[in-house]
Write a protein that binds this ligand. Sequence first.
Ligand code: SF4
Length: 251
Amino acid sequence: MTTVSTLPWATTNAAGHAIGLYAKWTPELDAKIEAALQRLRDASIQHGDGLVQSSSLGVEDMVVTDLIARTQLPIVIATLDTGRLHPETLGLLPRIAERYGRDVEVFAPVADAVIQFVRKEGEDAMYKSIELRKACCGLRKMEPLGRMLKGRSAWITGLRREQSGARSDVAFDEDDGNGRRKISPIADWTWAEVWAYVEKYAVPYNPLHDQFMPSIGCAPCTRAIAVGEDFRAGRWWWEDSTKECGLHAKS
Ligand code: SF4
């Protein structure tokens, strides 16, 4: 069983730069990088055009994008623009284009459905109940994800086992419950290893990670975490839930 991390920096640093706070190269990391690359190569050969990287634009996904782009794998990179993302998150799209010469395919919710929902439930309905929060995630994330994955046989994620109890058994390659393979090439990496890779390869990342937001989602549903809190404590912090939106729910 993988240990779910709290963030050790929080006990010693009041503010700082994510790389300086977290990065630690480990003796295993070279082998983990090579293994992750091999998983991506194998998936690319096996699934061809049926493969997509579904990126949240979080730091783990940026590492996976870097692995794909640096080795010139012909894998489509895509993301969801929910309409409620931080500007810093969206700011990664031109940075990816500039750095890697890759365009990210962006999938947005159906405008009419969002307008109707906001008109009926309000702009910040997610705070009223779990049901309304899930309805918002359904409109803004699940439906566009369905379009992203339509016709695909596999998708790539940046999930890591260390991120939460609900993710402690993430496999490198598993059935997503809908007949596709879900491939998580860095499932066994630690937070320190992710940042060591970012430092070594100068991977672009969301500056909000420098502000104690290890896990970044939509702006109204993400806050910085405090000393000793779990990695995903800043997501839907007002809920006593598993901190998942449905994208990676177990079927
Ligand atoms: S994370 Fe929040 S704003 Fe984003 S889709 Fe879910 S409920 Fe809506």
